[in-house]
Design a protein around this ligand. Structure first.
Ligand SMILES: Cc1cc2nc3c(=O)[nH]c(=O)nc-3n(C[C@H](O)[C@H](O)[C@H](O)COP(=O)(O)OP(=O)(O)OC[C@H]3O[C@@H](n4cnc5c(N)ncnc54)[C@H](O)[C@@H]3O)c2cc1C
Length: 313
């Protein structure tokens, strides 16, 4: 290839999490030339195991990706550890610019970039994220059932989330930090369900002693006046952002900030498809993988018809 040549593939998949990997499997098996670019780290990098994914329950995230990548090999899918910096629309297809690795042209692009969790600056949060601080009980609730839960209620809907968590533990304290007015009827509902309320501000989250059984795990939530509320687990779904490449594209988003796709998983830019966490708040590895498969099938359908009609393969 000379400096002028640009490699051409049928599809560039941006992101190698469950959505991108399953899309690559589907497209590889459909005999498409596929380049999958992944910049890492995965969204669930802080977690030790993936739960709730049939046949993969309890698998470490790194192992999950390794198995998936091995299963792509027979189908000739190209994998590149590279960040996609930009996706440019051409008269026909797209130019995908890779950080430090030139550009690739593609007939279609599938975004599977996941979401960026914006972790709060609260001291102790980052260290405990994925170990004692979780976003979702379906992912980690079974492992911590019956323990002393805290819920960091940054917005009113998280009060209902606290009620919902009673399905996993009866020992729940909601920390509101006076971020919003608590209607008396909401207070009543929580107390009736046995959920404790703590409205003082949080100073930091404390792990157990380094030589003790709770080393690296949450032991207490320390309030601004020094009071320590013993807790073993904190549920705190953080705010999320779209990745930079998605923001740059200026795609239509819904009211929750998710990329809007039609029934064919196509975004507001024709030819650019999206699947996985970036399109929904119903987030989970198996859900993302299924969406990756569905989006790839739709995309492949469009490519096959295009090729059949215009002989462009
Ligand atoms: C702490 C934690 C624990 C979790 N545990 C579970 C669990 O037990 N079970 C479960 O079902 N779900 C779990 N989840 C949710 C699950 O991880 C996600 O729903 C799932 O990973 C989403 O898959 P995805 O492919 O959409 O995105 P991701 O897995 O986030 O993958 C997106 C990939 O795209 C890459 N990327 C982003 N931008 C670019 C770019 N410009 N160029 C190249 N690559 C890029 C990212 O680096 C990342 O590798 C957990 C989430 C968290 C935060």
């Amino acid at each position: 290839m000379t400096g002028q040549d640009v490699e051409t593939v049928d599809v560039v998949i941006v992101g190698g999490g469950p959505a991108g990997l399953n899309a690559a499997l589907t497209l590889g098996r459909a005999r498409k030339r596929v380049l999958l670019c992944d910049a890492g780290p995965p969204r669930n990098a802080a977690a030790e195991h993936i739960h709730g994914f049939v046949t993969r329950d309890g698998t470490p995230p790194r192992e999950f990706r390794q198995i998936a990548r091995e299963q792509l090999r027979p189908y000739g899918v190209q994998l590149r550890e590279a960040r996609v910096e930009a996706v440019q629309t051409l008269a026909s297809g797209f130019q995908v610019v890779l950080q430090g690795a030139g550009a690739v042209s593609a007939r279609r692009v599938l975004l599977a970039t996941g979401m960026v969790d914006v972790l709060p600056d609260l001291p102790g949060f980052r260290e405990l994220w994925g170990k004692s601080i979780f976003q979702c009980p379906y992912c980690h609730g079974w492992e911590v059932q019956g323990q002393a839960f805290g819920v960091l209620a940054t917005q009113p809907p998280l009060l209902d989330f606290a009620l919902f968590l009673t399905g996993w533990s009866p020992h729940i304290t909601v920390f509101t930090e006076q971020r919003f007015e608590l209607p008396p009827e909401q207070r009543e509902r929580l107390l009736r369900a046995g959920v404790q309320l703590e409205e003082r501000r949080i100073r930091r989250l404390l792990p157990g002693a380094e030589d003790g059984a709770r080393a690296g795990l949450l032991e207490a939530v320390e309030l601004e006046d020094g009071t320590r509320v013993a807790r073993e687990v904190l549920f705190a779904p953080p705010p999320q952002q779209q990745s930079r490449v998605v923001q740059q594209l200026g795609l239509a988003l819904d009211e929750l900030g998710c990329v809007r796709v039609n029934a064919h998983y196509e975004t507001s830019i024709p030819g650019i498809y999206a699947a996985g966490d970036l399109t929904t708040r119903l987030q989970g590895a198996v859900i993302a993988a299924a969406a990756g498969c569905a989006a790839a099938s739709m995309l492949n359908h469009a490519l096959n018809l295009e090729s059949a009609e215009h002989g462009s393969r």
